[in-house]
Design a protein around this ligand. Structure first.
Ligand code: ZN
Length: 238
């Protein structure tokens, strides 16, 4: 049902273990656009839609074109955490929150101080050699042109889950465990339309499911508290 920030604050105070599940909306308020909300912008500059360019096949077959798009549209290294990132880090320190489960790949939760961050789609801040598995930080991408290469000659790939690739099983298992253990689950900044968001929620059997999203989602009916509002504004007021 529709709720007020005050009702959410009361529920948070009562909760013993909160799990947070976040989507693109958490980062858009830090100035990182959601590439899924294609507005035709990309089409003017690129021959393919973002979903194609961010696929495994495209990475393998058109690596240079992949990196042209990736460097241009996927890296926002000047972005700063917003009120949502900060509040979640604070709750973790207080022992109130067991995990941030995120679909975002920008590392902003860690920048805000969160330790237990389950990155379902990986992170742009980690990169690895597809041949020898050596890890590189993001400067391997930003400090190179064309296709970034490892010292062994192998191609470096972002540690990001591309379309057609499967999610890391260990990360998924841990996300399921944290959602099961929580008595409150807060879902923020995601329409819940895409896998695996919708699936993970079925593991929650706690008392309070809260949804914070600008627009209505398919799960609004099931949630105990629904706020159609800016996630930064809501967390800033908690
Ligand atoms: Zn290598």
């Amino acid at each position: 049902m529709k709720a007020t920030i005050e009702q959410l604050r009361e529920a948070v105070e009562k909760a013993k273990t909160i799990a947070f599940f976040g989507g693109a909306g958490v980062s858009t308020e830090s100035g990182i656009p959601d590439f899924r909300s294609t507005d035709g912008l990309y089409n003017q500059k690129y021959d393919y839609p973002p979903e194609t360019m961010l696929s495994h096949t495209f990475f393998v077959r058109h690596t240079e074109e992949f990196y042209r798009f990736y460097r241009d549209k996927m890296l926002y290294l000047d972005a700063k955490p917003n009120a949502a990132h900060q509040k979640l880090a604070e709750w973790e320190k207080q022992g109130k929150l067991n995990a941030v489960i995120t679909q975002n790949i920008d590392g902003l939760h860690q920048m805000a101080g969160s330790k237990h961050v389950l990155e379902l789609h990986g992170s742009v801040l980690r990169n690895y050699c597809t041949k020898c598995r050596k890890f590189y930080d993001v400067t391997a991408i930003t400090g190179s042109t064309g296709v970034p290469k490892c010292e062994c000659g192998g191609t470096i790939k972002p540690d990001v889950v591309l379309y057609e690739e499967s999610l890391d099983n260990d990360v998924m298992d841990e996300a399921v465990r944290c959602i099961r253990d929580a008595d409150m689950l807060i879902i923020g900044g995601t329409s819940l339309a895409v896998y695996p968001a919708a699936g993970l929620i079925h593991y929650f059997s706690g008392s309070t499911l809260a949804l914070i999203n600008q627009d209505a989602t398919p799960l609004d009916e099931r949630a105990d508290l629904v706020l159609h509002d800016s996630i930064g504004k809501v967390f800033g007021a908690l």
